[in-house]
Design a protein around this ligand. Structure first.
Ligand code: XMP
Length: 321
């Protein structure tokens, strides 16, 4: 019978048998899959595992801290944090094209991760790389094993030849909800385990226009309010994802007190979906939307208009870029 504890025991045994006394590396993204995969491997082989977290500066409020503090506290994992936000922001400066943003984030990620991997290699040979590949990923990619299974910017298949690792993929037979149960059983922070899917390029594709610190700060503040209110309404599980999108190059006239404002609109994009292939806009309660709108326009000075995206996928995509 399926229980989290059975799966954990089985996987721990399998990982120990496979890894022996070799060293293992894992890139944490802040997402559920890599967090649970790494926690399983850590349970199996302890400090033979080193995790690397590349902070690209494009995460939402509190997410880097979740990885750097809460996750480490919960697991005892050895974590190497690389704060590369300056580097990513410099590389993204002035870029507005969505695919260009993705390419840049992907390229910089590989470079930074590669550098971290080399530093670890210099200490002692690393044999294995952990990946949080899930069963649906395996099916989608034709079922083969290999190095090409990491999604988009985590595609470590692009590492140079002298940095080739064998893959450890302890979640290969599991679905997302099972991975969440296992994460909870392993004692990972609730917010991490229940986190909605979040794109690898992060907030870079939720700012329509060029990316800079100021725009990121505006989006983070608005996004945090939307997440707080969704949670407070007890509706986290009723949506698949809830992107908040800053129309940074659009300005809109508003009024506040005695004066006119000329701020930015922000878009709420809550969607319901089973697999992100198709989606419908979530019919969130109007009171919740109203609360989010009031709070955002009160608390985030630069935003003077809140709009809700009511497009299904297709024809819209979930993200705006
Ligand atoms: P779209 O916008 O295509 O998104 O409907 C479908 C799902 O994929 C996520 N997404 C990405 N994930 N790198 C990722 O890792 C990306 O470049 C990327 N673009 C979109 C999106 O959040 C949704 O879950």
């Amino acid at each position: 019978t399926w229980t989290s504890n059975n799966i954990i025991d089985e996987q721990v045994e399998a990982i120990r048998a496979r890894v022996g006394n070799k060293r293992v590396l894992c890139a944490l993204s802040g997402g559920v899959d890599s967090a649970v995969a790494a926690a399983l491997v850590h349970k199996a082989v302890g400090d033979q595992l080193t995790c690397v977290f590349v902070d690209h500066g494009l995460l939402r409020a509190g997410e880097a801290e979740q990885v750097e503090k809460d996750y480490v506290a919960a697991t005892g994992i050895t974590l190497k944090v690389v704060d590369a936000s300056r580097r990513f922001l410099d590389a993204l400066a002035g870029v507005t094209d969505p695919e260009q943003k993705r390419k840049i984030v992907g390229r910089e990620f590989i470079r930074v991760f590669e550098q971290a991997a080399r530093e670890l290699e210099a200490e002692d040979h690393v044999e294995f790389l952990v990946q949080g590949t899930l069963y649906p990923d395996v099916v989608e990619s034709g079922g083969g094993t290999g190095t090409a299974n990491i999604k988009s910017h985590h595609n470590v298949g692009g590492l140079p030849d002298d940095l080739k690792f064998q893959l450890v993929e302890p979640l290969r037979t599991l679905f997302k909800d099972e991975v969440r149960q296992i994460g909870a059983a392993l004692g990972l922070p609730e917010e991490m385990v229940m986190r909605h899917p979040f794109p690898g390029p992060g907030l870079s594709i939720r700012i329509i226009g060029a990316i800079n610190e100021e725009r990121l700060a505006i989006l983070r503040a608005a996004d945090l309010i939307a997440r707080e209110e969704l949670t407070a309404a007890g509706l986290d599980r009723s949506v698949w994802q809830f992107p908040v999108v800053l129309l940074a190059d659009v300005r809109s006239v508003g009024v506040q007190g005695d004066g006119r404002t000329y701020g930015h609109p922000i878009v709420l994009r809550p969607v319901s979906s089973d697999d992100a292939m198709t989606a419908d806009w979530s019919r969130l309660p109007h009171e919740l939307i109203a609360k989010i709108s009031t709070r955002i326009t009160n608390e985030v000075r630069e935003i003077n208009r809140v709009v809700v995206d009511v497009t299904s996928k297709p024809p819209g995509t979930i993200e705006w870029e």
